[in-house]
Every structure is written in structure tokens, then in C-alpha cells.
Design a protein around this ligand. Sequence first.
Ligand code: GTP
Ligand code: MG
Length: 389
Amino acid sequence: MKMNMTMRYILVVLGAILTLHYILTLTHSSYSEATSLSSITSHFRGSSNNEPEKTTPDSRPFPDDETLSNNGTLVYDRRANATFVILARNSDVDGTVRSIREVEDRFNRHWRYPYVLLNDVEWDPKVKERLSVLTSSRMEFGVIPRDDWVQPGWIDEEKATAGRNKMVQENVIYGGSVSYRNMCRFNSGFFFRHPLVQRYRWYWRIEPDVHFHCDLNFDPFVWMEEKEKAYAFTIAMYEFEKTIPTLWRETMDFLKLHPEYVAEDNAMGFLSENGGETYNLCHFWSNFEIADMDFWRSKAYMDYFEYLDKKGGFYYERWGDAPVHSLAAALFLPKGKIQFFDEIGYEHNPYTHCPQNEETWKKGRCSCARERSFDYDGYSCMSKWDRIQ
Ligand SMILES: Nc1nc2c(ncn2[C@@H]2O[C@H](COP(=O)(O)OP(=O)(O)OP(=O)(O)O)[C@@H](O)[C@H]2O)c(=O)[nH]1
Ligand SMILES: [Mg+2]
């Protein structure tokens, strides 16, 4: 009899609890969510790998036209397979710190794209430490294989020395430097094949001691991918003719061998005043580049680089990666795949590109003076770019 009373008591209490639970579930959605079976069991499963990475409010992009989808919600989870690439020496550490700090502040703290740093010698651990603290993004340090950097054995050293001496006499900047030539050849034909870079499709080249003057309110990698662009620049100018006396002729000879590589709607009008007979020396300033490495890895570009490399002009003359990249992009790509980014305020001593569009300049909170932008300086090639748009 006593057992029966106890049982009855327990059943009444249980019934009351269940009724209360049922009423709360119907009337309070937050109570219902908190006590649902899936919510309770998720505590034991741990967080799923498929969940999008949580971002702090601070790491979200600005809600502007580009980042808002049609229904007004933030779209910040689309990413490109992209990286920053920085070639630097250990002695460039302070300038590299300054560049990365600005990249982070103006853009990458929202997007968290990784960095690949490349060097022709081992990285100093102190340099790695100085650079790693600047970002929560992945940062990898690579050493360049020796054969991708040093002057190849088949270069005639006597001829190369004579070429350098001549340039020193003519006061050509870096005219006597072999390491500068190594750097130009590496940037022309090897950086995109480095094992640490190989896994990415898009890159943004950064140099030590450059400046980014504006907040970037959109992701240029995703934008370029969506618009099917392949190469982007902010500054275009004339090359020193003494560094590339035979580059145009060699390029035209290559095109005779491979007319199939020339794009139909190309940008020859940017490079030449006479339909290709002579080169006007205009090129994109390659210390800033955002580009699709599938282009550099294409058969057209690789054949072109191999052809130029065998001619030896990286050492007998002082061919820069800027004119080499520019000639290839302007001739092998339809001009619509090349993008001038007015939005990106950029400075590499002594020139600055500052957004000319006033709204862009304001929205980007730019620290550069619009009227001092290099765009229409006498030494700029922007007017040659404009005329083919
Ligand atoms: N590891 C390494 N990096 C180099 C070497 N020479 C140049 N670089 C890097 O290559 C890039 C281009 O070199 P710069 O010396 O800036 O050449 P530049 O931009 O034509 O000339 P500046 O007006 O002096 O900046 C920079 O990121 C340098 O840090 C080198 O010998 N070793
Ligand atoms: Mg530089």
C-alpha cells in the first residue's frame, strides 16, 4: 500500500513536469530550440567540420554594394584560391613588416588570405618571428631552389660582364647587379612554380616598403574570378630603353613562330604607336600585381618565357619582369581580361596611384592626395591604356 502511494506521487510529479515542458515548447521558441534533441546531442558530437568558420564582428567585410547580396545579407564566405606572394631578403624585414601591416589594416584582416614569403637564402628565424605576429592568416616561408635563381651555366659570362659594364657606364639603375637580374628572371618565369605557390591560382604581389592608401571594400580575387579577369595593375609607365634594347624584336620573332598565341582583341594599342612595328616602352608596373597564375602557367606564356630565357637577355641586357609580364599579358590576353584597379590606392616609391573617383576615394578613407596621383603624369602610360578602352 505504501509503495503504491509513492509510485502515484512520482507519476503525478512526472506528469506535471511533462505538461509544463509541452506548454513551454509551444509558447516559447527559444525554450524549444534549447531543449530539442539535436541541440542537446550536438554538445556531445563536437562542432562539425562542415560549419562555416565563425568570424568575429571585427573580421567581417564592410556592408557595401559589393559585399551585400540582393536581399541585403552579408556575403563574406566566398573565397578565392589565392595568396599574397612576397619576395624579400632577410635585410628587408622592416620594410616587409610595414607592407604587411598595411595590407592587413586595409584589407586582409577581414579576408585572411594566406602569405607566401620567398627568399633566395634561408630565412632568419628572427625575421620569421617579426612577420608572423602581424596576421592570423597562414604565413609560409620558402627558399627558392638554386637553379631557379642563379645565372644559368649556359650564359656566356664574358658577354654578360660586358653588358653589365656598359650599363654601369650608362648609369642604368641596377645596371651592374647580377642579383637584380636573378630577381627579374625569377619573377618572370619561376615564382608561380615554387612548391609553396603552386597550390594557389591567384596571387597578389607585395614588395617591402610599399603603401596601401585605401580601405578595400571588396575582394579583388573573387571579383576577378567572377569577371573572368586575368591580370590587374594600378600603375603603368615607360621602361628604360637601355635595359631592354632587343626585347621587342625577340618578342616579335617569337610571335612569328607562334601566331596562334596572339589574342584576337589584344592590347597591342597600349604597347605600340604603329601597330607593332616599334615598342613605345609602356608596361604595367609589376611590383603591384594581382593575377591568375593559370595564365603564367599556360603553354603560351611558358613557351614565351623559355624562348626569352634562351636568348639570354635577362643577363646580357637587364630585362625586367615588368615588361616581360606586360608584353605577354597585352598580347596573349584579350584586353578585356586586363583590369586597372582605380580603387586600390598604392604607392611604391616614387610613384602613387590614388583613386580618381571621388566616391571611391571617400569610401576607401584614402590617405593619398588625388591630385598627386601618377595616372596622368608625363611618365605614366595610363593615357595609352585609356585610348584602347
Ligand atoms: N631574396 C631576395 N629578394 C630580392 C633580391 N633582390 C630583390 N629582391 C626582392 O625583389 C623585389 C624587387 O626588388 P627591388 O629591389 O624592390 O626592385 P625595384 O622595385 O625594381 O627597385 P626599388 O626602386 O629599389 O624598389 C623586392 O620584393 C625585393 O625585396 C635578392 O637578391 N634576394
Ligand atoms: Mg621595389
